[in-house]
Design a protein around this ligand. Structure first.
Ligand code: 5GP
Length: 196
């Protein structure tokens, strides 16, 4: 039975770093690239971090019903391609995708068979430190993101698992993801992801 694993958590929790490390270590997942209207950051490539689309291109996808879930995050649209996810699951692959906390809540309702993993840091101070180190946001954006962290931490209750991303222990977080997959594969009643 294929798993649909949703990796979510507040901005700065390290979702991208974790996914990059999982790929490096060859953790067997189909890694979904979601679409966004956000302009690429330095070094980001179309089709790698995201599929970068125009506002009108995104609206077309929405209207055609091409997206499982879509959300406006910090002023830009993000969305999960339905066809790609469905095909990978049909081929028997385990699928992982990275979305924000509101998107995870939407997926919880739409696809109750998905496995929701909340990635977080050990403390609020760690969030501030990491967001500052990342230097991808302006000061105002950073304040907005920090304010949201607090709010998003409260959403943890709708998730199935929580993984704490401790400093210099990224491989430990990868091990936890592997453990979650192993546990899910041992379920007496496997979760089933059914698209409407
Ligand atoms: P960033 O612009 O920093 O790459 O991403 C901003 C936030 O949008 C992150 O929390 C990321 O996980 C989330 N995100 C990326 N793709 C999607 C998506 O398809 N749907 C939703 N709801 N959030 C997404």
């Amino acid at each position: 039975m294929s798993l649909l694993l949703i990796l979510s958590g507040p901005s700065g929790a390290g979702k991208d770093a974790l996914l990059t490390r999982m790929k490096e270590l060859g953790v067997p997942f189909y890694y979904v690239v979601t679409s966004t209207t956000r302009p690429p950051r330095t070094g980001e490539k179309d089709g790698v971090e995201y599929t970068f689309v125009s506002e009108s291109g995104f609206q077309d996808m929405l209207q055609r019903g091409d997206l499982i879930e879509s959300a406006k995050v910090y002023g830009y649209w993000y969305g999960v391609p339905k066809h790609e996810v469905k095909q990978a699951l049909d081929e028997g692959k385990d699928v992982v995708l990275k979305i924000d906390v509101q998107g995870a809540a939407t997926i919880r309702n739409l696809l109750p068979g998905a496995v929701l993993v909340f990635l977080t840091l050990p403390s609020l101070e760690e969030y501030e430190k990491r967001l500052r180190q990342r230097k991808t946001e302006s000061d105002t954006d950073l304040k907005v993101r920090l304010g949201r962290v607090n709010e998003e931490l409260r959403s943890m209750l709708i998730f199935d698992y929580v993984v704490v991303n401790r400093e210099d222990e990224l491989d430990g977080a990868v091990d936890q993801i592997r453990a979650i997959v192993a546990a899910e594969k041992c379920r007496v009643n496997p979760r089933i992801v059914q698209f409407k």
